[in-house]
Design a protein around this ligand. Structure first.
Ligand SMILES: NC(=O)c1ccc[n+]([C@@H]2O[C@H](COP(=O)([O-])OP(=O)(O)OC[C@H]3O[C@@H](n4cnc5c(N)ncnc54)[C@H](O)[C@@H]3O)[C@@H](O)[C@H]2O)c1
Ligand SMILES: N[C@@H](CCC=O)C(=O)O
Length: 548
């Protein structure tokens, strides 16, 4: 019989969280020197990035190289490819750990993740930043806001939110006791994470675990270097073996096996819309086999619009377009990739916007002048290249900046701007996940109809920016674009969601909108049981009006 965890300590009050400040990384700063030193240390060897199942590391399966996107000849590590036996052992380990973990008091689970938050902000900070720069081609700043600040934020805010959820108890009348037992799901949760944010890779498996679930975690092979650091950090924080089991390999094969298991209890996925659709279908196909109806949570793609009104501040608009369109080479799901600008404003900003974008330095992320690193791999580069060539050939498109790729040393794509006269062109509706921004210029008196265009051109509904100083224009846009985005920014760029301020998630083709970093996201991993106790049970069986 499994032993039950016992908490001898009392419940504690989780500290009020604050966003972890990001370091600036000015040239010559101590933090830049520390991270450069860590980069040198990481690149001095080829790391083994193993499966971690029930706390045991293994390199079982065919090995594949992990390389730096901005220097693809540089091998950083090797990952194994799980076969059926490896996946089965990860499922078995999750199921075996479930009894004790689900009975571990929530504050003890939270204490582990609060400790992980401090490790991310302290001991592991430089290694997380360095491996995210190397493996995912992020600049100092982009790596810091993701792998240090946001990783720490997720742990601290999630623990705080969990406390609120577990404090929520029903009313009890005199003589009765009612309570809500917030259980983890019965079975295991499959977490499939994307390459582009170390923070998302950290958040998905640990959110489910914090709420009492055990997890099979399949990270992206493209972020394996930093994700290996996360796994070591979870363990050092005190996560028991078997609670999160990391398996490398084919997402299709791992999900085929995990999602046909009777104890598959839920999927937490972030990645592209097509992959999530295929996973949803897989769950549907297997529905008769499951013990319970699984929870399916997916945050997916975006085609994020910046729409400006004639009253907008041109300088603020230009800055927002440069940052949200081209930081991290447009590989944030929230990146701006289509913009609608009135002719009067376009005439003011066009030249400077184009010159600024042409001047953005593309290259090695460890050089301070670099604004964009490489895109993640050759598949991504070729997909973007095909889109660039297709757009160049369209009479409706004028190339204003960039337009080329360079694959000799790294997977580099020039930051690119097209101007189009066709608001329905593929460049205004499809996600490319690269540094490609398309501008549609409208006449100043067409604000209302341009809002309809923004709403109807793409099936995604993730982030959106409205630039306007005229309040009635803002109100109209908020109303007409109510379902066009899960996060709407006014006079700000559409990237940069922060825990505690803007929780992240979109609707329509952008996902189930369960808002990572909110109570909603945590609650998806709970299954409630109400318990009612009568302290003085009645001995009368007759209807009240007949009873004496
Ligand atoms: N909405 C959000 O919060 C959010 C956040 C980050 C990224 N994204 C989206 O993620 C995408 C970019 O990330 P990506 O390239 O890692 O996405 P992806 O869909 O290619 O991969 C995501 C994960 O799914 C796995 N995978 C790939 N094919 C699979 C299959 N057939 N079956 C099961 N698993 C499979 C991958 O190995 C990876 O672990 C973009 O579309 C972006 O918009 C969305
Ligand atoms: N947290 C990110 C988006 C995550 C998706 O890639 C942002 O808002 O910039």
């Amino acid at each position: 019989m499994a032993t039950q965890s016992v908490s001898v300590a009392g419940n504690f009050k989780v500290p009020t969280p604050h966003n972890e400040p990001s370091r600036e990384f000015r040239p010559g700063s101590p933090e830049a020197a520390d991270v450069k030193k860590k980069i040198a240390e990481v690149t001095a060897s080829v790391r083994d990035l193993p499966h971690v199942i029930n706390g045991v590391r293994s390199m079982t399966g065919e090995l594949r190289n992990v390389t730096a996107p901005h220097r693809h000849s540089q091998v950083l590590g090797r990952i194994p490819t799980a076969d059926e036996a490896v996946v089965q052992s990860a499922i078995d380990a999750s199921l075996a750990a479930q009894h004790d973990w689900s009975r571990t008091p929530w504050w003890e689970r939270a204490a582990i993740f609060l400790r992980a938050g401090n490790l991310a902000a302290g001991k592991y900070r430089d290694e997380l930043v360095a491996t995210t720069m190397l493996g995912q081609s992020k600049t100092f700043h982009q790596a810091e806001i993701d792998a240090a600040s946001e990783v720490a934020d997720f742990f601290r805010y999630n623990a705080h939110l969990a406390q609120q959820i577990f404090a929520d108890q029903p009313e009890s009348l005199q003589g009765e006791g009612n309570s809500l037992d917030q259980r983890g799901l019965e079975g295991f949760v499959l977490a499939i994470t994307p390459f582009n944010f170390t923070a998302i890779a950290s958040n998905l498996p640990t959110t489910a675990a914090l709420m009492g679930n055990t997890v099979v975690w399949k990270p992206s092979e493209k972020s394996a270097l930093s994700n290996d650091v996360l796994m070591r950090m979870f363990e050092e924080a005190g996560l028991p073996p078997g609670v999160i089991n990391l398996v490398h390999g084919s997402g299709r094969a791992i999900s085929d096996q995990a999602m046909s298991h009777p104890d598959f209890a839920g999927l937490t996925f972030t990645g592209s819309t097509d992959v999530f659709r295929s996973l949803w279908k897989k769950a549907g196909d297997n529905i008769d086999q499951y013990r319970s109806f699984p929870r399916l949570v997916g945050e997916t793609g975006g085609k994020n619009a910046v729409v400006a009104h004639p009253s907008a501040d041109p300088d603020a608009l230009r800055a927002a377009l440069v940052r949200s369109g081209f930081e991290y080479s447009g590989q944030k799901c929230s990146a701006a990739s289509r913009t609608y600008i009135p002719r009067s404003i376009w005439n003011q900003i066009k030249d400077e916007l184009v010159e600024t974008v042409k001047s953005l330095r593309v290259g090695d992320v460890a050089e301070h002048e670099t604004f964009l690193g490489a895109v993640i791999d050759e598949t991504s580069l070729r997909k973007i290249e095909a889109a660039l060539e297709k757009a160049k050939a369209l009479p409706s498109h004028t190339l204003l900046a960039g337009g080329n790729v360079h694959a000799e040393e790294g997977w580099f794509v020039e930051p690119t701007i097209f101007e189009t006269t066709d608001p329905h062109a593929f460049t205004m509706s499809e996600e490319f996940f690269g540094p490609l921004l398309t501008v549609y210029v409208y006449e100043d008196n067409e604000w209302e109809s341009v809002l309809d265009l923004v709403d109807q051109t793409s099936n995604y509904a993730l982030t959106l920016s409205i630039f306007a100083n005229d309040r009635r224009a803002v109100s109209l846009a908020l109303d007409k674009l109510r379902n066009a985005a899960g996060m709407t920014y006014i006079n700000d760029k559409p990237t940069g969601a922060l825990m505690g301020q803007v929780a992240f998630g979109g609707g329509r083709g952008s996902g189930t909108n369960d808002k990572a970093g909110s109570r909603l996201a945590l609650q998806r991993w709970l299954s409630g049981r109400f318990i009612h106790e009568n302290f003085s049970p009645s001995t009368e069986w007759r209807q009240p009006y007949l009873a004496q």
